[in-house]
Design a protein around this ligand. Structure first.
Ligand SMILES: Cc1cc2nc3c(=O)[nH]c(=O)nc-3n(C[C@H](O)[C@H](O)[C@H](O)COP(=O)(O)O)c2cc1C
Length: 742
């Protein structure tokens, strides 16, 4: 909902908002330019009487002197029957130049206030300002959520691409935009009579005037008592009319001055309402506050950039979002289905469930677990279907679920059931589904039926679960969903580099290319075909089908990306390991059957935040891939543990090269079967302070390798984070602690 509130007005109003913002930032320059051209004596140096005397000696026909909030003084005079207006130096009374408001600024102001369309344009401008206010407020809440709370709002952000740029600009610009939008909406509402406008009626003309011989203006007592910097306007009496008076407006109020006695008559202090009104105007225009004007101007310049990045995010989300047909809103739903998924497989099962429930007459709302609402007013049933990632962790679309659950208000009628999707090859089988189930029970919800776990997307188990669920809710459900097997392709081993034999840790770097890629036109053809492969990045997974019939695929993290044209993996031969043994037996030219599985949850952040890469053994594969791609030379530190520097120092020459060309900022290694007998955790402990500093500056941590190593690393990080009052889970929620563990 919040996202819709943030995005929709932005999309509709993008042209108007961009116009308001660009014109606003140009107008914001005016106070600074006016201030630069103005002569402003220190307070107490020049009185209004002194200034007026000097001006009159240069302009005997002075009719009015106006001082604007920037300090610019303008004299209006008549000479030989001709009216004129000049900017003057208030200290000397001399002419600085003709007063001619810039036609350009006047045009820009009209564009800003009314899109050059008079009343309808003013209305659109007012509505745009109100939309801006809505976008700023909803954006701040989204930003706070994304950063992990209001207090973390200014902490460095992780994340990539447009989302990151959008969030960074928003953070810098939001206060300025909020102020402009708030004051702009207020002024518009006043203009259209929605809010009362406060203006002082001004004092009545004095009933008694001395009518005596006028004194020179610089000898009038009341004017000597007003500092020049407090003056707004001084209107001179008609010449040769002893009954007329000076009319004086200052920052404190307005009144009249007797031209013979110099006495202040009928002075009326400015009301609080009028002072507030003037401040609102100043806070909107920056008039008299040139520095604020510049801040508002720079903030407004962020709007076009925010519009473009916002539109890109919206488009990407639309493209990647799983389209659920017949999805009803949170308010209407009597059944809610929440989905935790990383690579999308669980969504297929969700759609099957949703279709069946809808057929049975339920009004079903489906959403990702991160979108858990504050409450579901009408819902009686909640189903959670979730996979597990990393080492028993939440998948990407469920990372914020536990945090959001804290504020969840469950109605007493709401019952739930959890269905976990996972893979028994992982020791923490469906761990996150089990945790979600416990957490919901902890919120006082009762189960429709106990949590069930599905191994490797088994269609049969899903259907059985559906049967049991149907019985439990009294509505037969016939669930069937058989995920399409991945499209496989043949890869040919092009090169292998072997390590670790001497230390009983045989590990090989294997580089494959598409089989039959051939030479000449054939190579061109297959290169073209390569583009129909799913794009892959270092950190994605290569699924390899072992040659034995009926064996499940084994996954290896890729160290290369599609643009390199090779499929590079790093494989340690496991004792008795079927697939690793098979891969270690391959000779160049041999081929394997494989497919790509994306793993977008394990990628380094783009931008300038430091990245700390930690791994052991073959876990170095994807980490090296990240370093290889770091051509922007962002700070990247690698901590890696092996057995012996002489035998299994994987990628040693490449890492030396990356250190030299600064793709890698720092390298720290630990070898457990050498004299140092150290593990990667020991190196982290040694660098505890430096690592804490990096985390404080927003660093992201990526861990890849065996689960014992990952558990040890996590423990060390808990110690490192303790003085910062942070836990690894806090970083996880922010996408700043990622694991690829096997
Ligand atoms: C990198 C990676 C880590 C995984 N970790 C676990 C795990 O710890 N426990 C588990 O039961 N399944 C694990 N799985 C298996 C997934 O949960 C399973 O494939 C699931 O069906 C994926 O569903 P999704 O595509 O909706 O995310 C992992 C899969 C991958 C690729």
């Amino acid at each position: 909902m919040l996202r819709i509130l943030h995005g929709l007005p932005g999309l509709f109003a993008v042209v108007f908002l961009a116009t308001l913002a660009v014109t606003g930032s140009i107008l914001a320059l005016a106070p600074a330019l006016d201030r630069a051209g103005a002569v402003v004596p220190p307070a107490g140096d020049v009185s209004v009487a002194q200034m007026a005397g000097r001006v009159v000696s240069n302009y005997p026909g002075t009719e009015q002197i106006v001082r604007d909030l920037s300090g610019q003084v303008v004299v209006y005079y008549s000479r030989d029957g001709q009216a004129g207006a000049n900017r003057v130096n208030p200290v000397t009374g001399e002419r600085l130049g003709a007063y001619q408001p810039s036609a350009f600024f006047v045009w820009i102001r009209d564009l800003h206030r009314s899109f050059l369309l008079d009343t309808p344009g003013r209305m659109v401008a007012g509505i745009s300002a109100a939309l801006m206010l809505l976008i700023c407020l909803s954006g701040m809440v989204l930003l706070a959520r994304r950063s992990g709370g209001w207090r973390a709002l200014m902490r460095p952000l992780a994340g990539t691409g447009s989302k990151r740029v959008h969030a960074e600009i928003a953070r810098l610009a939001v206060l300025g935009l909020l102020l402009s939008a708030l004051t702009g909406s207020f002024l518009s509402a006043q203009r259209f009579g929605l809010l009362p406008e406060v203006s002082d009626p001004g004092p009545g003309f004095p009933a008694k005037v001395s009518g005596g011989q006028p004194r020179p203006v610089d000898q009038l007592q009341a004017l000597s008592e007003v500092d020049l910097n407090d003056l707004r306007e001084l209107v001179f009496p008609y010449p040769d009319d002893p009954q007329d008076v000076y009319s004086l407006t200052t920052t404190g109020g307005s009144g009249f001055v007797d031209q013979a006695t110099g006495e202040l008559l009928q002075f009326q202090p400015r009301s609080t309402g009028s002072v507030v009104q003037q401040w609102i105007m100043r806070l909107h225009t920056g008039e008299g506050l040139w520095w604020l004007g510049l801040i508002l101007g720079v903030a407004a310049l962020g709007v076009p950039a925010l519009s473009v990045t916002g539109a890109i995010i919206w488009w990407q989300r639309r493209r990647s979002s799983v389209q659920v047909q017949d999805n009803v809103t949170v308010a209407e739903a009597d059944v809610v289905v929440l989905v935790g998924s990383e690579a999308g497989a669980t969504w297929g099962f969700t759609r099957a469930l949703q279709t069946e429930l809808t057929k049975a007459g339920f009004r079903v709302h489906c959403a990702e677990m991160n979108a858990l609402a504050h409450s579901y007013p009408r819902a009686a049933m909640l189903f959670v279907l979730t996979s597990t990632y990393g080492d028993g962790d939440a998948p990407a679309s469920a990372r914020q679920f536990m945090t959001r659950l804290r504020d969840f208000r469950a109605g007493s009628a709401l019952k739930y059931a959890v269905l976990g999707f996972g893979d028994r090859q992982f020791p923490n089988f469906c761990q996150f589904a089990l945790e979600a189930d416990e957490a919901l029970a902890g919120k006082g919800l009762s189960r429709i039926q106990p949590v069930e776990l599905i191994d490797r997307c088994s269609a049969a188990r899903f259907s059985e679960w559906g049967d049991r669920l149907g019985t439990a809710i009294g509505t037969p459900l016939s669930l069937s969903h058989d995920p399409v097997p991945p499209r496989t392709f043949r890869l040919e081993l092009a090169q292998r580099v072997d390590y670790g034999l001497a230390v009983q840790a045989p590990t090989s770097i294997l580089r494959f290319r598409l089989a039959d890629a051939g030479q000449g036109w054939r190579s061109w053809f297959f290169r073209a075909r390569r583009h129909s492969l799913p794009a892959f990045e270092a950190g994605d997974l290569l699924g390899i089908l072992p040659p034995q019939e009926g064996q499940d695929a084994r996954f290896y993290s890729l160290a290369s990306s599609a643009s390199e044209g090779v499929f590079e993996i790093c494989v340690r031969k496991q004792p008795g390991g079927l697939c690793s043994g098979y891969l270690h037996g391959l000779k160049p030219g041999d081929s394997v059957e494989a497919f790509i599985r994306q793993n977008p949850g394990f990628r380094p952040a783009t931008g300038t935040v430091p990245v700390i890469l930690i791994g052991a053994g073959a876990g170095i594969g994807p980490l090296t891939g990240f370093i290889r791609k770091n051509t922007a030379r962002n700070p990247m530190y690698l901590y890696w543990g092996g057995r012996s520097a002489n035998s299994d120092f994987l990628y040693q020459p490449e890492l030396g090269h990356y250190l030299k060309d600064r793709r890698l900022t720092g390298l720290s290694t630990a070898f457990s079967r050498s004299d140092e007998r150290a593990y990667v955790q020991d190196r982290l402990r040694q660098d505890e302070r430096a690592l804490r500093k990096l985390v404080e500056t927003g660093a992201q941590v990526l861990v890849c390798g065996g689960r014992d190593m990952a558990a040890g690393v996590k423990q060390v990080f808990e110690e490192i984070l303790q003085p910062l009052r942070l836990e690894v889970d806090d970083l996880r929620v922010q996408g700043r602690y990622l694991e690829d563990v096997y």
